[in-house]
Design a binder for this molecule. Structure first.
Ligand code: PMV
Length: 354
């Protein structure tokens, strides 16, 4: 028959957890030991753009990331592709004279081309945006009719934190109870307009790739830390309730205290792991001290900090004015230089630079 190509392009921003996910109860399905809450960044910074295409001329599923072919043979990609194929529906393109039935999707192959608008190696949660975008674009191409929450359960099987990038604004990943993971999904707590005076600044402390992957780090923590159970069972459930309240009421002091405390506890359980995991470095610690001093001096928190599985600081300011002051101080104390401790800033609101 005649050859044809159908393609879809989607864009998905990354997300930053303010109540962290750390530890799985099921490694295969990626089911977490606690709920988590994140904020999705605006798509101008730190986002993935993915185009997916299908054609009878394609002989294998293939993927290119930032122009280089990557293997799709890993279990996580395979789980996502299988789930999507099983949910695909009929697709018709009258202009091209193409009709794909639900059954055809089992045999047809896809090509996936993905770009990050930030350095992949910078340790800036690239997997969250990447896997979410892959699932979202393929679901569009394959006419998967499931809603965002159902899609989040598929993205979750690619990378846990990816499930939270299916929504903008503030998002909660509910750990769920089911063994098959069907209720371990993301839900939106508030949309991107709800608290739009927050400004996010990311201080890129090191663009080196992290030494301990989140997958092995989590496994080691769950196996060896005595604090992790206390965190997952006693601390996080209470923090989740308080964080939801803080977000709903746009209560920045409460939001900032919870965010900083949760980042610090996450790094404390990493230190409580055997052998200990160090994600932050001296520059990260100096940034924390600076923010803590400033917040104490002002009497009420102006800036929240949070660090993921790497040394880069994610700083969340109360408003534009606080963000401008923060940036001034950061540029003074940590001037960005090539090869310096801190080499660049990514600002989650482009207007602040003007
Ligand atoms: O989804 P993963 O395996 O990249 O793990 C992410 C873990 C943290 O970024 C440290 C916390 C989080 O909730 O995003």
């Amino acid at each position: 028959g005649k050859s044809w190509v159908l393609a879809v392009t989607a864009q998905t921003p990354t997300n930053i957890a303010v109540i962290k996910y750390w530890g799985k109860r099921d490694e295969e399905l990626i089911l977490p030991i606690n709920d988590s809450i994140s904020v999705t960044l605006d798509p101008d910074h730190l986002c993935t753009t993915t185009s997916v295409a299908v054609s009878p001329a394609f002989t294998h599923d293939r993927m290119w990331l930032n122009g280089k072919e990557v293997s799709l043979s890993g279990g996580r990609y395979q789980n996502c592709l299988r789930e999507l194929r099983s949910r695909a529906s009929d697709v018709e393109d009258e202009q091209k004279g193409v009709k794909i039935t639900k059954k055809d999707w089992e045999k047809l192959h896809v090509h996936i081309v993905s770009y990050n608008n930030f350095p992949t190696a910078a340790g800036l949660a690239s997997s969250a945006a990447g896997l979410a975008c892959l699932v979202f674009s393929l679901a569009k191409l394959m006419n998967v009719k499931d809603d965002h929450s159902r899609l989040s359960a598929i993205a979750r099987q690619g990378s846990g934190s990816a499930c939270r990038s299916l929504y903008g604004g503030f998002v909660k990943w509910i750990m769920g109870k089911e063994e098959n993971g069907s209720d371990s999904i993301a839900v939106q707590l508030a949309d991107e307009k709800h608290w739009d005076d927050l400004v996010i600044i990311i201080a890129v402390v090191s663009s080196r790739q992290k030494e301990t992957s989140s997958t092995s780090g989590m496994r080691e923590t769950v196996e060896t830390s005595m604090l992790i159970e206390h965190r997952a069972k006693e601390v996080v459930p209470k923090r989740i309730v308080k964080m939801e309240e803080a977000i709903e009421n746009r209560d920045f002091p409460a939001f900032a205290r919870l965010t900083c405390a949760d980042s610090n506890q996450f790094h404390a359980v990493c230190l409580d792991t055997s052998p200990p995991i160090f994600y932050m470095n001296d520059t990260s610690h100096r940034i924390i001290s600076c923010v803590e001093k400033w917040n104490r001096f002002e009497g009420t928190p102006q800036v929240a900090y949070t660090f993921d599985a790497g040394p880069n600081a994610v700083l969340i300011s109360h408003n534009r004015k606080a963000a401008a002051l923060l940036l001034q101080r950061l540029l003074f104390y940590f001037p960005p230089q090539a090869d310096a401790d801190l080499n660049s800033y990514v600002i989650g609101d482009k207007t602040i630079l003007q």
